[in-house]
Design a protein around this ligand. Structure first.
Ligand code: ZN
Ligand code: ZN
Length: 349
């Protein structure tokens, strides 16, 4: 079977490797769709971890079970499944408190060496992934492409839950990439007014299909003044930083209202993670600055339902679908910022 290996910075190599057999207690998934995540792009730019020959990336996968081990009880051949990356240990301080996304020993399908991901025709799913990972049957009527969006949707849903977004709120989303756009859709579905802050002209246009109330061009406008103006001087109730830029975190604290919430949803580059925030605005204004990373496994089921219902508009988020042998083009397309979600599609006719 074909599998794409990240072998060097910005280089994926398509190799022919033996098809996997079902691991003990596990199964083999024939991959039908797998999305390229912003974090995949970050690792693509950095290259594989040192000392590792190559990693098969891809953690936003959906497909059909084509083989199971006899010890595999939860799923059977023919099941349509969606998979998300986190594998928790089940025994650490956080796992014992069901805070699985904060597990001290978290490993990730398509990221951690030894857990090959979805940019391959087939992937072996171990018993451990079935037990402690995130894998759910696709909701009735959901396409593989849309099911592959369940993973990025989860972190968005969990973050909006944390923010407590509700009707009447003004929510600012900084960064209109695929997850930024999903944030717009989810905040709107919760009845909030949404302001998008974005630099790229292409993405300013793309985000309009999600019906934001205001799009601010960060290259030409005074972002903080515009948010203040929109909120009659008050400031936003919630600001979500959905990009990897430290400077916008500082701006977020400057545009949120007193007792408002700033959610740090996007990770910063590994080599440069420091950020500067106005401590007095946080102190005197009782601003809450909240980290948001990953989600409880149950959110994955919810995302699949919301995608099937259309509450999460998958068709508006997916702008490109390419076959596996165009994996390099797919990454390059995703990296231009001119696309929203780019999927590798392995649909069989
Ligand atoms: Zn992802
Ligand atoms: Zn743990």
């Amino acid at each position: 079977m074909k599998a794409a290996f990240l072998t060097a910075p910005e280089t994926l190599e398509l190799r022919d490797i033996p098809a996997p057999t079902a691991p003990e207690g596990g199964l083999v998934l024939q991959v039908r769709a797998c999305g390229i995540c912003g974090s995949d792009l970050r690792r693509w730019r950095e290259g594989p971890p040192p000392g590792v020959g190559g990693v098969v990336p891809g953690h936003e996968a959906a497909g059909v079970v084509i083989a199971t081990d006899e010890q595999c009880r939860r799923f059977k051949v023919g099941d349509y499944l969606a998979i998300a990356p986190d594998i928790h240990c089940g025994t650490c301080y956080y796992c014992r408190r069901e805070k699985y996304n904060l597990c001290d020993n978290l490993r990730f399908v398509g990221i951690t060496p030894g857990f090959p991901g979805g940019f391959a025709e087939q992937m072996a799913i171990t018993a451990e992934v079935i037990e402690n990972g995130i894998i759910h049957p696709m909701s009735e009527g959901l396409s593989f492409a849309h099911a592959a969006l369940s993973e990025p949707s989860c972190s968005v849903l969990a973050t909006q839950e944390k923010a407590g977004t509700q009707a009447g709120d003004v929510v600012v989303i900084i960064g209109a990439g695929p997850t930024g756009c999903l944030h717009v859709a989810v905040a709107r579905s919760r009845g909030a007014k949404v302001i998008v802050v974005q630099r790229s002209k292409t993405r300013q246009e793309l985000v309009r299909r999600f019906d934001p109330d205001l799009v601010i061009d960060a290259t030409a406008e005074d972002v903080i003044a515009r948010v203040r103006e929109f909120t009659h001087g008050l400031g936003a109730d919630i600001v979500i930083c959905a990009n990897p830029v430290a400077e916008t975190q500082r701006q977020a604290v400057d545009m949120v209202r007193k007792a408002g919430k700033v959610l740090l949803f996007g990770g910063l580059p590994k080599a440069d993670p420091m950020t500067t925030l106005d401590g007095n605005k946080i102190h005197y204004g009782e601003v809450e600055v909240i980290g948001a990373f990953s989600y409880h496994p149950r959110v994955h089921e919810e995302a699949l339902h919301l995608l099937a219902k259309g509450t999460l508009p998958a068709e508006k988020v997916i702008t490109h679908q390419l076959p596996l042998d165009q994996i390099n083009e797919a990454y390059q397309t995703a990296a231009t910022g001119k696309a929203l979600k780019v999927l590798i599609s392995l649909e069989k006719e």
